[in-house]
Design a protein around this ligand. Structure first.
Ligand SMILES: [Zn+2]
Length: 125
């Protein structure tokens, strides 16, 4: 059950219906239904989740690094034209940082979006 726990920690949800083939537990993960007994959960966790998490954390690190660099450069930059270019780039890295952070954290961590939309979109009911 270690793999099952692992995939749950990664955001999979346990389905109430058991597997039609073997009667085992099923989880829903990234839009796919997986049977804990039959499907290679650990492989799925490795290839899909860790790959995505690695990419996202790589993007976050890069964004933070670039934001810092550009921040320092902007501080010293006298040329207005270059300032604008660097500011635009800085802005893009900030967006990238926000997006990569938002994608890797659970949606209910962000309270800001909840007030605007009253429609229930969560599947976790
Ligand atoms: Zn099964």
């Amino acid at each position: 059950m270690v793999d099952a726990l692992e995939i749950m920690k990664r955001g999979a949800s346990l389905l109430s219906e058991s597997c039609p083939r073997c009667g085992g537990l099923q989880v829903k993960f990234r839009g796919r239904t997986l049977c804990i007994a039959e499907d290679d959960i650990s492989d799925t966790v490795k290839t899909e989740v860790i790959g995505i998490e690695d990419t996202l954390s790589g993007l976050r690190d890069l964004s933070i690094k670039k934001i810092r660099e550009l921040g320092h450069e902007l501080d010293d930059e006298k040329d207005l034209d270059k300032q604008i270019k660097k500011a635009v780039l800085l802005r893009k890295y900030v967006d990238l940082l926000k997006e990569s952070s938002a994608m890797s954290s659970p949606p209910n961590d962000r309270g800001a979006n909840e007030k605007g939309s009253k429609s229930k979109t969560s599947e976790s009911s």
